[in-house]
Design a protein around this ligand. Structure first.
Ligand SMILES: [Zn+2]
Ligand SMILES: [Zn+2]
Length: 318
């Protein structure tokens, strides 16, 4: 089978043996995989990664243990954290924080950019028929956007600033808009902001964003400057949701956080259920976020495209 391999910054597509399927795992044929900024960071050497990347995928189950044959032929998406199932975190349903977890395509579990992949059955969610594969591939990042509402209570009608017009920012804007918040999406790219406008979201490109204006600000800029900006825009006792993973130290003046008693909330992966519901009800539209769909064998080109500015989601088709 074909598998993408990342090593020393180089993307290769290689032939390799089918993966061994451990008990309790499903063997899944890749239908589509989405390249995310994390994959590009892995390429740059983050996590000292070498191996097969890919954690955003939709696939078809082709093999399981004999007692779970009902999964065979199902279209599935999969949660990316492989948890131990036994620790306190896992018992609370928070395997996403299991200290012994491995992570699909990121930490010690080969990723989804290969013709066949494995994941525990307990990680899988069936994809409803009404959701096409090229939309289902957004479930994982959309779940990360939905995580905001699991962490922070935002009243309907409340003004919320979302900073950033990249993939995650645009998803977060739509999730909060669907929730009923009054979203103001801030960005620098007219063409990307247009996607938010078409979803009914108020978009803004000011030179000087308003200070101490919002009770909730989501930083999805992907830049270290974003957090500083978000803190400035938050009113006293407000909350900043940190959605940008920036590598290396971020310079931060803590005085405004302390003086204005601002709450900083780190936010990562989320539950898949609300993301699937939003796609099925079409309350979140992802078509416009797709820049290009390429076959798995062209992964090298796909990674190059995904890294270009102005490009949103590049999808690999299995
Ligand atoms: Zn991702
Ligand atoms: Zn655990």
């Amino acid at each position: 089978m074909l598998a993408v391999r990342l090593e020393n910054g180089v993307v290769q597509v290689r032939k390799q043996a089918h993966p061994r399927r451990p008990e309790g795992f499903a063997l899944i044929r890749l239908l589509e995989g989405g390249i995310c900024n994390t994959d590009l960071e892995l390429q740059r050497g983050y996590y000292n990664f070498r191996g097969t990347p890919g954690h955003e995928f939709v696939g078809e189950v082709v093999e399981t243990d004999s007692n779970s044959k009902e999964w065979i032929g199902e279209r599935v998406v999969g949660e990316i954290n492989l948890a131990c199932g036994a620790c306190d975190w896992c018992k609370r349903g928070l395997g996403r924080h299991c200290p012994r977890r491995t992570v699909l395509g990121i930490v010690k579990h080969p990723g989804a950019f290969r013709e066949l992949l494995t994941l525990p059955l307990s990680n899988l969610h069936r994809v409803p028929r009404g959701i096409p594969a090229e939309h289902a591939v957004f479930v994982e990042p959309l779940a990360a956007a939905c995580e905001i509402l699991d962490q922070v209570r935002i009243p309907k009608g409340a003004p919320v600033a979302v900073l950033g017009d990249g993939k995650l920012g645009l998803l977060a804007g739509q999730v909060l808009h669907a929730h009923g918040a009054e979203v103001h999406q801030y960005g620098h790219h007219k063409d990307k902001l247009r996607i938010a406008t078409e979803a009914g979201i108020d978009t803004r490109m000011p030179k000087n964003p308003p200070k101490a204006e919002y009770g909730w600000v989501v930083d999805a800029t992907g830049s270290s400057e974003g957090l500083r900006q978000a803190i400035q825009m938050t009113r006293p006792r407000g909350t900043v949701v940190m959605k940008s993973t920036v590598h290396g130290a971020v310079q931060l003046d803590s005085a405004p956080v302390i003086v204005n008693e601002i709450t900083l909330v780190g936010s990562r992966c989320g539950r898949f259920e609300p993301a699937l519901r939003l796609l099925q009800s079409k309350k979140v539209r992802v078509d416009k976020l797709i820049s290009e769909i390429l076959p798995l064998k062209d992964a090298r080109t796909a990674f190059r495209r995904a890294a270009q500015s102005g490009v949103l989601k590049v999808i690999l088709r299995g």
